[in-house]
Design a protein around this ligand. Structure first.
Ligand code: ZN
Ligand code: ZN
Length: 335
């Protein structure tokens, strides 16, 4: 964020493969490619978060298998997570978007790394009257076509919203604008808050028809950042605030307020099955993938858990006024 010249170089280097700039990667702004850090403890990066890859599961509140204290009968059956996301290692045959049916009415979509090194994840929650799409990727791929296929036969209005307003999360908005039965939420913090009824620190409540999603403002990575909590699946979407990769922070004071707010939000009767973010930038073991690479062999799982959120909270609190790069097993704080 401080040295746009260096950032432009990085952006130019990847312009050929990305429709939009590397908006989520302010660490590139100082020209430094995050280096391998010996503190990375690969032995823990692949630890389970409650779902066997590819296996059916019910959400495990708290993110830890075996620690469930809630009635599993109230939770929807899910398909867990795929054994492997498209990871840029098979660009000749991989689709531009991988769609994963997490549950009967919950979908996770990944834009191929072959189309953008950001490889962003997008989420679709379907209720009885509305469907909520969170994020649209970088654009340049047929996300609307994919969403339309998923929603075929469902009589729902589509609401297109975002985790935050960086280009790799809003780049596909254009395809949804001025489409029948579709609302695209704006990108300014005030617009987002007004749409979801977010009042200051209190979450907004968005009803999809028999399915309620709570929306909490969590600025810091970017000013319009929000988190989504789906009561049905107990999934917590954290965008670029927490994911298995480099957590870039634009406004530290906001970020270090938002993370404890997110913990308090969870603690207020919102048990988390999994924490799902916007990217994967870690392998199962070893240091993070080099910034800008479009090949992610042996990727870390997408899903994190409640304990990762609390680990982030503890780390952020310990940093106080002075954020520093800090490598954890499942994320890297990269102010
Ligand atoms: Zn971002
Ligand atoms: Zn991003």
């Amino acid at each position: 964020m401080t040295s746009l010249g260096a950032r432009s170089l990085v952006m130019a280097a990847f312009a050929a493969s990305t429709a939009f700039g590397a908006a989520c990667s302010p660490a590139a702004s100082d020209g430094a490619i995050p280096s391998a850090d010996p503190k990375t403890d690969g032995s823990e990066t692949g630890r389970g978060t409650g779902a066997a890859p590819g296996g059916a599961t019910t959400p495990a509140p708290g993110g830890d298998a075996g620690s469930s204290t809630t009635d599993a009968s109230t939770e929807p059956r899910t398909n867990g997570f795929p054994a492997k996301w498209i990871d840029g290692t098979a660009c000749g045959t991989d689709p531009e978007i991988q769609t994963w049916k997490y549950s009967e009415d919950t979908f996770i979509l990944r834009q191929s790394l072959c189309t953008t090194f950001e490889g962003p994840f997008m989420y679709l929650f379907v209720g009885a009257s509305k469907a909520l799409l969170v994020d649209t990727g970088t654009g340049g791929v047929d996300l609307r076509g994919e969403v339309t296929k998923i929603l075929a036969g469902k009589n729902v209005q589509l609401v297109v919203a975002h985790s935050h307003s960086h280009g790799d999360h809003v780049g596909g908005d254009g395809a949804f604008k001025n489409q029948p039965g579709t609302t695209v939420v704006g990108l300014q913090p005030a617009t987002v808050k007004a749409f979801f009824g977010i009042a200051s620190d209190a979450p907004g409540v968005f009803d999809l028809g028999g399915r309620v999603v709570d929306v909490l403002a969590i600025p810091g990575h970017q000013a319009a950042h929000v988190a989504y909590y789906d009561h049905e699946t107990r999934l917590l979407l954290t965008g670029d605030t927490l994911y298995p990769g480099r957590l870039y922070i634009d406004d530290w004071n906001s970020y270090r307020t938002s993370v404890p707010r997110l913990v308090a939000f969870v603690d207020a009767q919102r048990p988390v099955s999994f924490v799902l973010g916007g990217h994967i930038e870690l392998p199962k073991t070893g240091p993070d993938f080099q910034y800008g690479t479009q090949v992610h062999p042996n990727e870390h799982a997408l899903e994190l858990g409640d304990k990762d959120l609390r680990e982030l909270d503890t780390a952020v609190k310990a940093m106080g006024n002075t954020p520093t790069r800090e490598v954890h097993a499942t994320f890297i704080i990269s102010p």
